[in-house]
Structures are given as structure tokens and as C-alpha cells.
Write a protein that binds this ligand. Sequence first.
Ligand SMILES: *[C@@H]1O[C@H](CO)[C@@H](O)[C@H](O)[C@H]1NC(C)=O
Ligand SMILES: *[C@@H]1O[C@H](CO)[C@@H](O)[C@H](O)[C@H]1NC(C)=O
Ligand SMILES: *[C@@H]1O[C@H](CO)[C@@H](O)[C@H](O)[C@H]1NC(C)=O
Ligand SMILES: *[C@@H]1O[C@H](CO)[C@@H](O)[C@H](O)[C@H]1NC(C)=O
Ligand SMILES: CC(=O)N[C@H]1CO[C@H](CO)[C@@H](O)[C@@H]1O
Length: 489
Amino acid sequence: MAFQLCGFKFASLLLLCLFAFGEGRYKSFVRFNKVQNTNRKVVFEEQWFIQRLDHFNGEDSRVWKQRYFVNEAFYKPGGPVFLMIGGEGPANPGWMQEGSWITYAEKLGALCLMLEHRFYGKSHPTDDLSTDNLRYLSSRQALADLAHFRTVIAENRGLTNRKWVAFGGSYPGSLAAWFRLKYPHLVHAAAATSAPVYAKVNFPEYLEVVWRSLASENPECPLLVKKAADILAERLNDPKTYDNITKDFNLCSKLQIQTQTDSAYFLETLAGNFMDVVQYNEDNRGFEGAIGTNITIKVLCDVMADASLGDPYYRYAAVAKLMMETFSIKCLEAGFSAYVRDMTNTSWKGPAAGGGRQWVYQTCTEFGFYQSTDSPNQPFTGFPLPYHVQQCADFYNISAEELDQTVAETNEYYGGYNIRSSRIVFPNGSIDPWHALGITRDITSDLPAVFIKGTAHCANMYPARSEDLPQLTMARDHIFLLLQQWLKE
Ligand SMILES: *[C@@H]1O[C@H](CO)[C@@H](O)[C@H](O)[C@H]1NC(C)=O
Ligand SMILES: *[C@@H]1O[C@H](CO)[C@@H](O)[C@H](O)[C@H]1NC(C)=O
Ligand SMILES: *[C@@H]1O[C@H](CO)[C@@H](O)[C@H](O)[C@H]1NC(C)=O
Ligand SMILES: *[C@@H]1O[C@H](CO)[C@@H](O)[C@H](O)[C@H]1NC(C)=O
Ligand SMILES: CC(=O)N[C@H]1CO[C@H](CO)[C@@H](O)[C@@H]1O
């Protein structure tokens, strides 16, 4: 969401699994990065790898430094090498000692590496984030980074004959699958959690899953949310209500709606409260430094059912205030123009440089994934596809035609759902809205899906805890057995 202080959101394009410190809509990278590692037993030193800027142009010899982390504590000579793939935010060193891949590494004597994705975190290939420089940001360049890193590290550390396994969740989950697909000689197997392998400009299915996930808590809940969202949208047509809305939703300045885009942005920002909570419902993310992990679907649905707060509109406002309190946000910044200003700032110190400007660029040039309100079977209203597509033009001068074309090319290049490879496991959670673009059925016995009923985004990657659902524990064990078996092949 766009908030003063923390002030930013990923234009409703949440995908992150591995990166926290209050990221996603509640950007505040700077604030949370300061508390990074305070509880860590070991501090993992960042290391740097010389990488080429453009892997596909032999005449361009420019290089830059890519950040990575190593944990050798579990490695037994002859063991495998695990490579955690970074994604659309800073690589979080917390993952070097926690998460289920670490449990697997302990059991299998694996060396653990994590490579930050180009253009995110501290891995800066260019001087700034100008649209011209963002040309070098793509999943294909990122896979070539992984291939070169894997090759050179293997040579330098005498690991050439070891079996490498790629791990990733969400977008990096897709990268893990594609790494195995495109570079089969470099990576022996992959675990691609909650991976949206199919690119799609319009992704209304996301909000359909949000409806179902809210309904699984309480069938009334999505109906109440819909009622509230409809009332709010209706009031936006009447400027006389703006003073009340400004007060009810604790806006930083008086609500101004001049265009459809202003209204879409405001409605999307408030819907974002529910989208975020559903996506990460009960994920064990505390170790990442994530805050607000106790705000669950149940908590939001309880607020929506609380008649003492007034009609559903006031309950919707109460949810917004609860989120603001949780994330220590003073007031809600609801203006689209401030968002455009942030998103077009090309400085590495800019307000969207934590990943927002880069990730939205990738959606405009590779993936789409726009979570529009274009389906009737979802609770929200007022942010249709054209609102999202227009942002590609506003931020990067990319047209709707170019967007359609590049998304089609992505599926042609990687194969979409039709992945032809082997030794890739695809875990998916029934509550996670991203499962709608993932592999949810075994493709072959060598490309199995692992379904986890009742869990959200990337649940199986987070550390185990006693209150985990039994099916989540079973999924982790099942993935381990698959990896163990594949490492013998
Ligand atoms: C603003 O809210 C008050 C109650 O808090 C209500 O009496 C008033 O009619 C509302 N104004 C408008 C224009 O809706
Ligand atoms: C969540 O945890 C915080 C910090 O422990 C606490 O202040 C807050 O009341 C909790 N919220 C809910 C809804 O449980
Ligand atoms: C970009 O953001 C930085 C840091 O907030 C700021 O100093 C700079 O003035 C901004 N640039 C523009 C063009 O707004
Ligand atoms: C935007 O893109 C169009 C078509 O590619 C190009 O002609 C135009 O010059 C671009 N505008 C800017 C401001 O870069
Ligand atoms: C929600 C969802 O799509 N679940 C699927 C995940 O994968 C399994 C296969 O293991 C499917 O049976 C589920 O339908």
C-alpha cells in the first residue's frame, strides 16, 4: 500500500517468498533492514561475484558485482550443492540458516549457496534504474547469471562433479524450474515452490482464490468484503463523501479523485490489505524479520463480522486501521500521482528502488500477472486490466501491444504449463492465490506436483514448527524423499 513513512507498494504484484523486513506493499526497506540479523546466531558474510552485464552480446564486455552467500557448515565431501535462487527483492541472509532447504542440507551433507537476483538488493548492474538500463533486467539474463555463477564456483571450489539442486519460491520458483529446463547439464534437480510458470497479462484468477480463501474461514466473509468494497466504490462517485472517507480511512491528505485511475488506485490499495493477508496466511515468516504475521484471514474475517463496528464499510475501514497500526504507519497515502512519482524515480536511493520499479518492469516486459477485478467471482471492484496496463506506459513507455507480445514470447520460450524436463517438484498451497498459474497436477512421475491443502504462499519453504498442519509436514517430508531419490540417479 502506499503509505507515508513506509510509503510504497508493489502495485499489487506481491510474489515474494524469501525476502521480508516488511516488504511487499509495506515497503519500508530502510527501516527494517536496520534490524536485520539482530537475532542471528551466525552472521553470513556477503560475497561478490563478477558477472557480465549482457550475456547475449559478445561485444559488450561490461561487468558488475553480484552478491551471494555461502553456508559450508553441513557440507560433507561428495555431498550435493544447493543453490537458493534470489528474486524480486534483497536476498535475506536469514535463509542461510533457516528454512526447510537447510534441514535437507543437514541431512544430505549439502553445501548451501544463495545468489541475489540482478537489479535487486545490493546487486546493481548499472548506475541507475533508467528504463534504458532496465533492458538488462530479465529472467533470461538472470538464468545466464545463475549458469555462469554455477560454472565458475564449481571450478573454483572443486565442485564440478557434484550434483546441484536449485531451490526457489514464487518467481524464483519459476527460475528454479527454468534453470533445470534450460541448463540441464548444470543443475540435476529443482524444487520450484508456488511457481507461476505460466505468464498471463490479465490474472483475475488471483482475486477468485482470495474469495475462496476468505470463504474457507467463513462463508459470509467474502460477501461482507464485497459489500464494503461496493459501498466504498459507490461513495467515490460523490465528492461530498470525501471528507468522511479521508477521516474513516485515516488518509494523509484529503481524498482527491479526478480520474478513473485515482479511484482504481485507492480501491486497489485497500483491497491490498486482504490480498496480502491471504497470500501469506499463517506462513512461518517470523525468522525473516516479517512483522504482522499474527494478522491472519481469521483476524480480518472476525473484524468484518463485528457488527459493533458499524456497517461493513466501517469494518473495512477498521481492517485498514488495523493494518496501519500493525505496520506502524501514521496515515494512508492514497494518491496515484505520488505513486507515479515514486515509481519513476530512477535513483538506487529512490523510494521504489527496493524492488518496486524493477519488478513492475519485469511484469511489463515478461509476465503481466495483473490482479484485476475483471472476474465476477471475486470480492473487489474498480481496478480493471486497463488500469494496470496503463502503468507500463506511465512508468516505462511500454504499450499494451508490446506487453501482449512479450508475455506471449515468455510462454513460447519457457513452455508455460507444458514444461518438458525431469526432476522438478512443484509444491502448491490451496490458499495461495498464485497456485492458479502453477503446476498443480503431476506432469509426469518425474515432474510431480505436491499439493498442500490449507496452506498459503511458499509454506513448505519456511521452517517447521509444532502447530504446522500435518499435510504441510508430510509435504516437506515428501519433497525430501524426492530429492534424496533424485540425488541417487
Ligand atoms: C459523514 O458522516 C457523518 C457521520 O459520521 C454523517 O452524519 C454524514 O451524513 C456523512 N456525510 C456525508 C456527506 O456522507
Ligand atoms: C499481533 O502481535 C502484536 C505484537 O505482539 C500485538 O501487539 C497485536 O495485538 C497482535 N495482533 C493480533 C490481532 O493478534
Ligand atoms: C529520487 O529519490 C531520491 C531519494 O529519495 C531523491 O533524493 C531524489 O530527489 C528523487 N529524484 C527525483 C527526480 O525525484
Ligand atoms: C515511447 O515509445 C515510442 C514507441 O516506441 C517512441 O516513439 C517514443 O519516442 C517513446 N517516448 C519516450 C518519451 O521515450
Ligand atoms: C489448489 C490446487 O491447485 N491444488 C493442486 C495441487 O497439486 C495437486 C497434485 O498433487 C492437485 O491435486 C491439486 O488440485
